[in-house]
Design a protein. Structure first.
Ligand SMILES: Nc1ncnc2c1ncn2[C@@H]1O[C@H](COP(=O)(O)OP(=O)(O)OP(=O)(O)O)[C@@H](O)[C@H]1O
Length: 651
């Protein structure tokens, strides 16, 4: 009656105390959509393409919910019912029920092909209200908009995704006899639908995650299959959990029985691998013979650990395998190093380093030769790489250390040789560093150590931009930018006639002075923090803080070995540090001793070292018997314990 008055006489259902406000609002919307509750033939049908898209977009929901619904349908102990699954817009994705109840559906299906519980199609219904209000809804008889449902009771619950968004709804509709009893009788149906929808929500999430995992797994498999490296993943107990095809090939495994086997079966009991896995150290390019049966071959092995999100416990590890022969080829082909660093990698905020970087950036863009001047470990090679990467990143970067190369080989290394040029030479001949650096940069480190007799040859190559291999007859043009570096005073060497003045001016077209660390203010601390982080990242440890006493030492020490020395000191401290903070005592002894009394550094250092040495020797001699060791050393046992602790000598 109320519906007829609303529909035909425009009575406001919101004013009717028997109709709840959500239903009244929905009636108004339904009427505005033009749905006639008394005439089902006049209903609009959803568009076929919309339906197709709904089925396509909700494949996972259908796949998850339908088997679930089918499994639990027998528990629905009522006679006539229609069960419906919809998407978030009310489009019916699945329905089921007994013959009798389907009479209505079939009747509608004759007039329209597709079903939707959208208000614009069938007006107010339990599905759409559960979707709109995100709550379970039971709608009794006349509350349904269509009069055809006036003897139906419908229970519906929303299905949510992990973000709490509605992705669909599930409903059960039944015919009831006595309206007065209906709510009591059918209350359990609402409970059933609600728990079913919740179960589908959970199952949907599991299915979605499984699907994601499967896709990720397949993508990973695909990328691993084209990678040159072999990969083996282990769980926390060293059991193999995954092995890539390449790794199987490398290890000579032909079936997948490797899964769940202990890694030692294929990698043997090498101590480096064992220690790395036990202690959580990363391993880089360890050359090792590994293999199964008679398949022993040499590979470069690297190990990375897999940590939990908080980086506290290790969950497993990945072993990377690379063929040694391939590595050899790469090294031979490059004949030098690659430039990894760019200007952004040069850490430091001091005025001094910023000025050097800014000048280097300007000169990087010209092709002129550059001389980098700075103490050992100040970052000269870092600058050279950054300059190279800013000017010609695609060209080769070839580094030559003039001090470490044997004097008699420098010439052939730089200029190359033809086959048979001298005894012991490669039959096919070899290109020199100049040729290898063609189109890029040749970094001549420690140029002050270039033998004086070779300097004129180098000068000629720089002037003429062509090289002739030893034993060769023709010139090879080379387009190479030279960046030379020195920690020596070249002008002084010129005065001593150990360096040619003309070569100096050829190399030092532009000079960049790189300041020592002690002149870079707060940079030592900034760099120390950076090295703590990079070291911890490499070894998979949570980065400790740098304590106030250690910070004081770091900022006052004079760092004769500059950044390289600082980096080594920090690596040392990271390994020594047991807790969450690096203390001054974790730093290498020579640094702490200097800090304690700079003027007596030498004596203090040697006494401390002598004492530490003596204790270590006594402990070794007595096979760690502290009583005997203390006696030999002439000190009390308590003092010995204290010193063992101070010097961090492990018992
Ligand atoms: N500003 C910086 N930021 C980060 N790392 C740096 C910096 N300067 C130097 N390093 C690091 O310090 C180490 C020494 O640097 P590099 O080899 O470039 O010094 P160098 O002056 O060429 O030394 P040498 O004269 O002994 O050859 C390298 O590991 C380098 O990456």
């Amino acid at each position: 009656m109320a519906k007829r008055r609303f529909f035909e006489e425009d009575e406001d259902p919101r004013k009717n105390p028997d109709i709840c406000p959500e239903v009244a609002e929905s009636w108004i919307r339904s009427k505005n959509y033009g749905v006639n509750p008394f005439d089902i033939k006049s209903q609009k049908a959803p568009d076929e393409n919309v339906i197709k898209k709904a089925f396509h977009d909700n494949k996972l929901l259908i796949q998850t919910a339908v088997p679930f619904i089918k499994k639990f349908m027998p528990f629905l102990t009522i006679s006539d019912y229609i069960l419906g699954l919809t998407d978030r817009y009310g489009t019916v994705l699945y329905n089921a029920g007994n013959e009798n109840a389907f009479k209505y559906i079939n009747q509608r299906k004759r007039s329209i092909k597709f079903l939707s519980a959208g208000e614009e199609f069938i007006g107010t219904n339990a599905n759409i209200l559960s979707i709109i209000h995100k709550i379970p809804v039971q709608l009794i008889g006349p509350n349904n908009y269509l009069v055809i449902h006036e003897h139906h009771i419908a229970s519906a619950a929303p299905i949510l995704n992990s973000n709490g968004e509605v992705i669909g709804s599930l409903s059960v509709m039944q015919d009831y006899g006595d309206l007065n009893n209906s709510q009591k009788i059918y209350a359990h149906t609402l409970g059933w639908v609600t728990s079913m929808a919740e179960a589908i929500t959970k199952q949907y999430e599991i299915q979605r995650k499984t699907l994601q995992l499967e896709t990720a797994y397949k993508t990973l498999e695909k990328s691993l299959s084209v990678a040159e490296q072999g990969f083996v993943t282990l769980d926390g107990n060293g059991m193999i959990t995954h092995i890539s095809k390449k790794a199987m090939e490398m290890l000579g495994i032909t079936d997948t029985h490797a899964i769940n086997q202990h890694y030692t079966k294929y990698f043997g009991v090498d101590a480096s691998i064992r220690d790395a896995l036990l202690n959580g150290y990363n391993v880089h390019d360890l050359e090792l013979s590994v293999g199964y049966d008679s398949h022993d071959k040499k590979y470069l092995i690297s190990i990375d650990h897999i940590w939990d999100d908080k980086k506290v416990s290790r969950q497993g590890a990945v072993i990377y395998m690379t063929k040694v022969s391939r590595m050899d080829k790469i090294i031979a082909k490059r004949g030098g190093t690659k430039a990894y660093f760019a200007f952004d990698d040069i850490i430091g905020e001091s005025e001094e380093i910023r000025r050097a970087i800014s000048f280097a950036k300007q000169v990087a863009l010209t092709n002129t030769n550059i001389l980098l001047i700075g103490e050992s470990g100040t970052g000269k090679e870092l600058f050279a790489q950054a300059i190279h990467n800013s000017y010609c990143p695609d060209g080769p970067f070839v580094a030559v250390n003039c001090a470490s190369m044997p004097r008699n080989l420098i010439e052939s290394e730089l200029f190359g040789y033809e086959g048979g040029a001298f005894t012991g030479a490669d039959r096919k001949g070899r290109p020199g560093k100049f040729e290898l650096a063609n189109g890029g940069t040749l970094f001549l480190d420690e140029i002050g150590d270039m033998p004086i007799e070779l300097q004129p040859v180098l000068l000629r190559v720089l002037e003429e931009r062509q090289v002739m291999r030893i034993g060769g007859t023709k010139y090879i043009p080379v387009n190479v930018r030279i960046i030379a570096a020195t920690n020596k005073d070249l002008l002084e060497l010129i005065r001593k006639r150990q360096f040619r003045e003309d070569l100096y001016y050829r190399l030092a077209v532009l000079k960049i002075e790189i300041p020592p660390l002690r002149q870079r203010g707060n940079d030592a601390l900034i760099l120390a923090k950076y090295f703590v982080e990079t070291t911890c990242q490499k070894i998979g440890k949570k980065p400790p803080e740098i304590g106030a006493d250690a910070r004081k030492v770091i900022s006052t020490y004079h760092w004769p070995g500059n950044i390289r020395q600082l980096e080594n000191a920090i690596v040392h401290a990271v390994y020594m540090c047991n807790g969450k903070t690096i203390t001054a005592n974790d730093l290498p002894l020579e640094i702490i001793c200097e800090e304690k009394s700079p003027e007596n550094r030498r004596e203090l250092l040697s006494i401390a070292e002598l004492e530490k040495d003596a204790i270590i020797k006594a402990m070794r001699l007595t096979k760690k018997n502290t009583a005997k060791a203390a006696e030999i050393l002439g000190i009390g046992r308590t003092t010995l314990y204290k010193k063992l602790k101070d010097y961090k000598i492990e018992l």
